[in-house]
Design a protein around this ligand. Structure first.
Ligand code: PLP
Length: 367
């Protein structure tokens, strides 16, 4: 008897590892490992979600029409070029499944969002990880990595897990250097919390290019990660392809009204962004004052570089924080063994992390 066998390229694929949520022996650990927004969702979104409870026997609107209209209105976009998904992960995955397969190449940054390499391998395509430059994507490196087999280029801008970003002129330079048959995916999951003046999330390139798609999410600054709602704005030919292969009811029934209420509550978003900026600045300055290397961030997290020498390494810091009930993200598998990624927490949590790391850097805490 032979057991069912998956494709060869799937057999050695390692599944996505989410940020840790539990510590053995500690009742309510502080989870700062998944870039969730502690500021919380708009109260209007929470009400809309609750109001949907009586309708749970219904299928959702398959095309997310009202949600696409609401997004289009708030962001001044064409609703026909919007597609919604079960988180932006859904849309990023569909792009790879639609455009790549065995023999094709997909380019992304070495330090970048893990969904790109995982889904590239899932379809049997070859992932090309280009080293980062100043923690962001390296435009010249990406352009040099393009071959006749390249099908997609992913740029998470700003970047996760580094927090760095590329200016709009760099994105335009990247696009200008790519063949027109290569899909450029601008993953703007953190667009809402960028404060840099020379940043743009990508919709204006979508308006004039047939090979560009921007992805966005309600998981980060809109604080609806648990509902899994994302959206893409793309060239009509790409949106058409994604609509053919997506699951028919991909955005859940409670998610649609909640996301509509969230996107309409721009005052709440603004307050969330102000909170984020204030504490991002504070954490960056406080951690740098301890002698740690903090990557300048445009996101809702900071990447912290630790010394290479014990007892001050990232691995030991991670153990020390864990022992004290704080969960950060350590990514040695991605080549970031000397760093920890810290999501911005509540004021009390942020102060507590800095005081623990002060203790850690000041000598030998009981590790
Ligand atoms: C969090 C994140 C996403 C996806 O989030 P969803 O919850 O699936 O919308 C996409 N890209 C990057 C870079 C992220 O950090």
């Amino acid at each position: 008897m032979t057991a069912p066998k998956a494709h060869d390229w799937i057999l050695d694929l390692a599944a996505y590892v989410p940020g840790r949520a539990k510590i053995e022996g500690i009742e309510n650990p502080v989870k700062l490992s998944s870039n969730e927004s502690v500021f919380g969702a708009s109260p209007a979104a929470i009400d809309a979600h609750r109001d949907s409870a009586d309708e749970l026997m219904r299928y959702p609107d398959a095309a997310s029409n009202d949600l696409r209209d609401a997004i289009a209105e708030v962001y001044n976009l064409n609703p026909d070029k919007i597609m919604c998904g079960a988180g932006s992960d859904d849309l990023l995955t569909l792009l790879i499944h639609a455009y790549a397969g065995p023999g094709d190449e997909v380019i992304y940054s070495q330090y970048g969002f893990m969904v790109y390499p995982i889904q590239t391998q899932a379809v049997g395509a070859t992932g090309i990880a280009v080293p980062n430059k100043n923690w962001g994507a390296d435009v010249d490196g990406i352009l040099e990595a393009v071959t006749a087999d390249t099908k997609l280029v992913f740029v998470d801008n700003p970047n996760n897990p580094t927090g760095a970003y590329l200016s709009w002129s760099e994105i335009e330079r990247l696009h200008a250097g790519l063949r027109s048959d290569i899909v450029l995916v601008l993953d703007a999951a953190y667009a809402e919390c960028v404060t840099a003046d020379d940043y743009h999330s990508g919709e204006k390139l979508v308006e004039r290019a047939d090979n560009v798609i921007m992805t966005r999410t309600f998981s980060k600054m809109y604080a609806l990660a648990g509902l899994r709602v994302g959206w893409a704005y793309g060239a009509p030919s790409i949106i058409d392809i994604l609509n053919r292969i997506r699951m028919p009811f991909n955005v859940c029934l409670p998610g649609q009204p909640a996301a509509i209420a969230a996107v309409k509550d721009q005052a709440h978003l603004k307050a969330a962004v102000e909170f984020n900026t204030e504490w991002r600045d504070w954490l960056t300055a406080s951690l740098a004052a301890l002698g740690l290397d903090v990557v300048p961030s445009q996101t809702n997290f900071v990447l912290i570089g630790f010394p290479e020498e014990a007892p001050f390494t990232a691995e030991l810091a991670n153990q020390f924080l864990t022992k004290n009930g704080f969960l950060l993200r350590w990514l040695p598998g991605q080549g970031l063994a000397s760093h920890l990624r810290l999501s911005i927490g509540t004021p009390e949590q942020n102060r507590a992390v800095v005081s623990l790391l002060t203790e850690f850097m000041n000598g030998s805490p009981e590790a």
